[in-house]
Ligand binder design. Structure first.
Ligand code: SAM
Length: 254
């Protein structure tokens, strides 16, 4: 048992309260996998003892993989204090607490000194800032020669099914294509080291876990709409998931 005072949540997260409540206790809050994290990490040539931060870390799905692989402290920042509580518990159970520095904060203004990081990681979290804005803020935190490794929801087709267009217009209006996202990165002076689509299995593992959370909260009236929305998202992916997905982008600061 590694008790600690609960990490505070940022006030602006109140709007997401039902979603955060639904995912409390879940090890992953978006599509991804240890294999995909490791595949991206292998593309980053890092110095000994790199300075690493995981922004929008959630309960640490990637943070814990990075800590195990690199054996260095990872700054794990999220606006949801309850997610950081989960990360704390998971890190304790895996013997990784000494390597995890949980940091409640806003990834738009994370308070990380300029050019202090060798590696900035973020899976599934850049969307609220938008790809261009997120990269523009985050690249300043990375040293010249350092890396940014991010996943972002991305269109795979020029003419996605209308139902997918309607849904993503609400969830992530500025969602780009691989080509447009790579162009933005290059416009901001970042070198593209690699990019790859997350396998569909990473989505199904996430949806399976989300469904387990829905069943856990079955009957909770405050979560009825949120549970319905998650199930609609799953159904949409089943029908139209060929037209969008997450892409891992591995970028280097010149
Ligand atoms: C889709 S989840 C991904 C979490 C984790 N990276 C994963 O892959 O499981 C997005 C995360 O971003 C966090 N987040 C959203 N807006 C944020 C902000 N402005 N500052 C910090 N974290 C934020 C949410 O609390 C959530 O944990």
């Amino acid at each position: 048992m590694h008790s600690h005072p609960p990490f505070p949540s940022m006030p602006f997260m109140a709007a997401y309260a039902p979603l955060l409540c639904l995912f409390k206790g879940a090890a992953r809050r978006g599509p991804g996998s240890e294999a995909s994290t490791r595949q991206a990490l292998a593309l980053c040539s890092l110095p000994d003892r790199p300075a690493v931060a995981d922004l929008g870390c959630g309960s640490g799905a990637a943070t814990l993989v990075l800590a195990r692989a690199l054996q260095v402290p990872i700054l794990a920042l999220d606006a949801d204090g309850a997610a950081l509580d989960d990360l704390w518990d998971l890190a304790g159970a895996q013997g990784l607490l000494p390597l995890i520095t949980p940091c409640p904060g806003d990834m738009a203004a994370p308070g990380i000194p300029r050019e202090s990081l060798d590696l900035l990681w973020s899976e599934g979290a850049v969307a609220p800032l938008g790809w261009r804005q997120g990269l523009a803020i985050w690249k300043d935190l990375v040293r010249p020669g350092g890396f940014l490794a991010l996943t972002d929801a991305t269109w795979f087709e020029d003419h996605p099914p209308p139902e997918a267009q309607r849904a993503w217009a609400q969830w992530y209006p500025g969602m780009g294509t691989e080509a447009s996202n790579l162009q933005v990165a290059q416009d901001l002076g970042l070198e593209v080291i690699g990019h790859f689509r997350l396998p569909r299995q990473d989505w199904w593992d996430y949806f399976e876990q989300a469904e387990r959370q829905c069943q856990l909260h079955h009957g909770d009236k405050s979560l009825t709409e949120t549970i319905a929305a998650i199930r609609e998202e799953t159904d949409l992916y089943r029908r139209a998931g060929h037209s969008y997905g997450y892409v891992f982008y591995i970028l280097k600061k010149a």
